[in-house]
Design a protein around this ligand. Structure first.
Ligand SMILES: [Zn+2]
Length: 422
């Protein structure tokens, strides 16, 4: 039996992974052992998301489950979901879905197609309802039930690329208090295990970036390429507060699963995409360093933005008209702006600066006589025409490579450059 949960948390606390863990612990008490749970991130540009737009699912072998046992499972899941979901938040619209192994197997293609849409575009509750009926899922929706979109989409994740996250949960009395972790032990661990594990620290700013903020039950999350590496990392960190429990999730984080190659003319609001084009206007900078420029791929033009908190704004500001780039990102709140997660430089345009000619007699720099009026040597009074001007190529301070944001500013789904070789 497959069980999926979504949209139980709010910005004020809770986390769908926490609810998943509570359910799995309850299962264990009655000798029901589930496989490793899954945390599936969906389109980060969707406006309804609470924080990371993540849904969870886990699996229990159907084979020896009596009808009575299945009923017991549903009761546990629904009781805990009702107890812990943040119903008071207007953006929290929980749902859970139960699906038999057989139905999962024969309908995986339908689910996978829905996942691919939900990770990259906008899906409606109606679309999800239709699929739920088609595949004979048992769905429970609360309030407007938007969580059903994430429940069905997460079940369709194929994990063609995957990572793991070891989540460390706090005891309830610490919720909302400052997180107590020995900083240096995390830096030591990073030195030893990077790039097997990543996004734990921001070295430039010398700070930890693997903790969420605010009241949610997670102390921190260790992300990595294997179960072994996240376990090893956990064993190396010193925690200065009591840990309630830990759990490893299999996840589509850091795989770029959300990015689909698109032509600019195909972009719709909320899409996550990869587009390529030529810069058609030199970048402009506004307050806080937010940098905007326009690209065209022949099908349409689009305004692209690199916001002030990341180093990408400086990369973007150094682009010039004529540069060819590939941009990874999406369209969030402003339907006419593409927010950049990564910039790949495909080709750099040559840029030149004008230089006055040197007098052939005196070997000194000649003076301009004014726009288009030629040059004169102040020493021997020799005159040269305007076409004597020299064009000197200016070196570019960008390279033909991919530039990414620094740790701590990355979206959950964004693939780090250190994972590209895998
Ligand atoms: Zn001269």
């Amino acid at each position: 039996m497959f069980i999926a949960l979504d949209d139980t948390d709010s910005t004020e606390g809770m986390c769908t992974t926490y609810l998943t863990c509570l359910i799995l612990r309850k299962f264990k008490e009655i000798n029901l052992i589930a496989d490793i749970p899954n945390l599936v991130r969906l389109n980060p540009n969707i406006p309804y998301k609470t924080r990371g737009n993540g849904a969870c699912w886990f699996h229990i072998d159907d084979n020896n489950l009596s009808g009575e046992r299945k009923k017991e499972i549903k009761t546990i899941v629904l009781d805990l979901l009702k107890k812990y979901s943040r119903f008071e938040d207007e953006n929290t619209n929980p749902a859970c879905v139960f699906l038999d192994d057989e139905n999962f197997k024969i309908n995986f293609e339908i689910l996978n197609k829905f996942y691919k849409k939900a990770v990259s575009e906008l899906c409606t509750i109606e679309e999800a309802d239709e699929i739920s009926g088609k595949i004979n899922a048992t769905a429970y929706k609360f309030k407007n039930g938007r969580g059903i979109v994430g429940c069905l989409a997460c079940l369709g994740c194929d994990f063609s690329d995957l990572t793991y996250e070891l989540l460390i949960y706090r005891t309830e009395e610490n919720f909302g208090k400052e997180r107590m972790i020995d900083e240096e032990s995390v830096f030591e661990m990073h030195k030893l295990l990077y790039p097997g594990t990543y996004d734990n620290v921001n070295e430039e700013e010398h700070k930890l970036v693997f903790m969420p903020h605010g009241k949610d039950p997670i102390l921190c999350g260790i992300r990595g390429n294997s179960i072994e590496v996240v376990n090893k990392a956990f064993s190396l960190i010193k925690f200065n507060e009591e840990i309630s429990f830990t759990r490893i999730f299999r996840t589509n984080q850091h795989t770029d699963a959300h990015l689909m190659f698109k032509k600019i003319s195909e972009l719709k609001q909320y899409d996550a995409a990869i587009v390529a084009g030529t810069v058609i206007e030199n970048p402009k900078r506004i307050a806080k360093g937010h940098t905007f420029f326009k690209i065209s791929d022949g099908t349409a033009t689009f305004t692209c933005a690199a916001y002030g908190v990341t180093r990408l704004k400086n990369i973007a500001f150094n682009l010039v008209k004529g540069d060819k780039v590939r941009l990874y990102g999406g369209i969030e709140s402003h339907k006419d702006t593409f927010n950049i997660e990564k910039i790949e430089i495909l080709e750099l345009a040559k840029i030149y600066k004008k230089e006055n000619p040197v007098c052939p007699n005196c070997k000194i720099r000649m003076k301009s006589e004014g726009t288009n009026k030629g040059f004169q040597c102040k020493n021997c009074k020799l005159r040269l025409k305007n076409d004597a001007v020299k064009f000197i190529e200016v070196p570019r301070n960008l390279k033909q490579e991919i530039y990414e944001v620094e740790p701590g500013h990355r979206r959950h789904l964004s693939k780090q450059l250190c994972r590209y070789k895998i």
